[in-house]
Write a protein that binds this ligand. Structure first.
Ligand SMILES: Cc1ncc(COP(=O)(O)O)c(C=O)c1O
Length: 386
């Protein structure tokens, strides 16, 4: 059975070109980048070339890029640094953020006795900027942490408007851009944003590597202490092959951004149309079918059906890898904190996330649609499971 991978918001396959860039590094460049001899300097040079290439693609200074083990670590570093080093006494965030931001905010409130405030959303999932401005109008020094695109429902937040509200009130602004970096263009130093996070495995790079962008005006310290690597911002011997893979994946993405985006958008549209034709009463959470949503993500709410609770499991049996959101276990489709936060949680209907990449084909979607039609077949003829 052919397996169809439609869970690219969770992770993506490594691009062959990225593997080709990483293998010689793994095989031949074994020096410790902190060693001062030639073998070490060769490794160090690769890190600095990667940093420079990434900075060039994103329009920022190389020193703004701090390599981390991925998005989670970068989110944690931004929030900890804002509280500990920049004096923030309040984090303004949202209940629909990635758990890395939610948990990190909670941790900061326990460790540093700071306040965490959640901003309201409009029914379509976008942040209520009036509520944000009201919150920021008073109160202590603040960092706002709001993601660019939501990983479960694909809603895109107005970064410029949020950045403006932060600037007007002298608040710091962190955005988790894990789902949009390498999928949308960025000019980082032109944005009024203090911190952005990136994770390579969301755009055909290796797992366990990413970075935090820090605006050069912010002087922060490491959350991991030790040998003082990354100019003192992240101790620990660097993941050399991962960093080289990250830079290569970003280069590949930005070399063909427009074409990839056109392809993935047409794939998504094809799936939306196919679902509408086949599944009476199908809906899309937070308007995830709309053009202005994250083009890699489609969050689908199916009509009530006896197979709802087992839909993920049944699709898996059909060879379709998709997701029920970020919080799902044993094939269950309930429990997404994002759907709950945005008011889309409905225990009578399965919500599934299908997410696409430049490698997804129309044939993949045809096969997924057939499998979905079988799982959600009209109730009279369907086999009830569980
Ligand atoms: C929006 C968002 N932020 C952060 C992360 C965490 O990134 P990583 O897996 O690199 O730790 C993810 C990955 O699921 C994500 O989708």
């Amino acid at each position: 059975m052919k397996s169809i991978y439609l869970d690219n918001a969770a992770t993506t396959q490594l691009a062959p070109e990225v593997a080709e860039a990483m293998i010689p590094v793994l095989r031949d460049v074994f020096g410790n980048p902190s060693s001062t001899h030639a073998t070490g300097r060769k490794a160090k040079a690769l890190i600095e070339i990667s940093r420079r290439d990434i900075a060039h693609l994103l329009g920022c200074a190389p020193r703004s890029v701090t390599f981390t083990s991925g998005g989670t670590e970068a989110d944690n570093l931004a929030l900890r640094a804002a509280v500990r080093d920049l004096g923030c006494k309040r984090i303004v965030t949202s209940e629909a953020e990635h758990i890395a931001v939610i948990a990190s905010s909670e941790k900061m409130s326990q460790l540093f006795d700071i306040e965490v405030v959640n901003v309201k959303h409009h029914p379509d999932g976008t942040v209520d900027c009036d509520d944000l401005r009201n919150i920021l109008a008073s109160g202590p020094k603040t960092i706002v942490s709001l993601m660019h695109a939501n990983n479960e429902v694909g809603v895109i937040q107005p970064l410029d408007e949020i950045a403006k509200a932060c600037k007007e009130t002298n608040a710091y602004f962190h955005s988790d851009t894990v789902q949009t970096m390498a999928h949308y263009p960025f000019q980082l130093d032109a944005l009024e944003i203090d911190f952005l996070t990136c994770s390579a495995h969301k755009f055909h790079g290796p797992k366990g590597t990413g970075f935090l962008y820090t605006h050069p005006r912010n002087k922060i310290k490491s959350q991991i202490v030790g040998g003082g690597q990354e100019r003192g911002l992240r101790s620990g011997t660097e993941n050399l092959h991962g960093i080289v893979g990250l830079a290569k994946a970003l280069q590949l993405a930005y070399a063909d951004l427009e074409d990839h985006s056109i392809h993935v958008r047409s794939i998504k549209k094809y799936m939306v149309e196919g679902l509408k034709q086949r599944i009476a009463g199908v809906r899309f959470n937070a308007d995830s079918d709309k053009e202005d949503r994250l083009y890699t993500v489609l969050s689908v709410k199916f009509p009530p059906h006896p197979n709802s609770g087992m839909a993920l499991f049944l699709l898996d049996l059909e060879g379709i890898s998709c997701s029920g959101g970020s919080a799902c276990s044993s094939g269950a489709t309930s429990g997404s904190h994002v759907l709950k936060a945005l008011g889309y949680h409905d225990p009578t209907r399965a919500s599934l996330r299908f997410s696409f990449s430049r490698y997804t084909t129309f044939e993949d979607i045809d096969m997924a649609l057939e499998a979905i039609s079988r799982v959600f077949a009209p109730i009279e003829s369907s086999a009830t499971v569980g």
